[in-house]
Design a protein around this ligand. Structure first.
Ligand SMILES: [Zn+2]
Length: 180
């Protein structure tokens, strides 16, 4: 999953703890007392760019596959994921609703697919708005859309990883990945 986002932004959305772990793993001292903003700059200055890109990619893939596992469970519930029946391949509108111990999470999600190779997706949550993640709410809508045949995995041009694709094929579509 290649990212077009700037490296500094990708680092800034990781936790302080994971950035400190990276410094430890790379034997780079001096980062332990720094707060997020300074730690990101410190890491950029002291660790090789390629290592940082690999690290971000690994963290992003973990985010993706862990949340996809949750999303697959949520997508089976019509109370949690409600897709507008007018939705089709070109436009999906959905509402995600989940009860939390301290209240409700309610987000509007939208996929706009006007061309064959670019899809615009959005969610109202912080993970999407501030961190530009393809968040678990969007994943849940994606899974439901695939389960209902609004489009196929082949037609999906949005974010995906090989591991997450395997999860969807096995748990949602009841198939194994085609051997290439
Ligand atoms: Zn979201």
């Amino acid at each position: 999953m290649a990212s077009k986002l700037p490296l500094e932004f990708r680092l800034s959305r990781l936790t302080v703890e994971s950035l400190r772990n990276l410094c430890d793993a790379q034997d780079v001292p001096g980062g332990s007392g720094l707060l997020k903003e300074h730690l990101v700059k410190f890491v950029l200055k002291n660790i090789d760019r390629r290592i940082l890109e690999d690290f971000c990619r690994a963290q992003e893939e973990t985010y993706f596959v862990e949340n996809m596992a949750k999303a697959i469970k949520w997508a089976t519930s019509r109370k949690i994921v409600e897709v507008d029946p007018e939705s089709d391949y070109t436009l999906v509108n959905a509402v995600f609703t989940l009860r939390r111990s301290d209240g409700w999470e309610v987000y509007d999600i939208r996929f706009v697919n006007q061309t064959t190779d670019d899809i615009a997706t959005s969610c109202e949550c912080v993970d999407f708005r501030e961190k530009a993640y393809f968040c678990p709410h969007q994943m849940a809508v994606l899974v439901r859309s695939l389960a209902e045949g609004l489009f196929t995995l082949d037609q999906w041009s949005g974010p995906m990883t090989s591991e997450a694709e395997d999860l969807i094929l096995a748990n949602v579509l009841g198939r194994r990945k085609r051997t290439k």
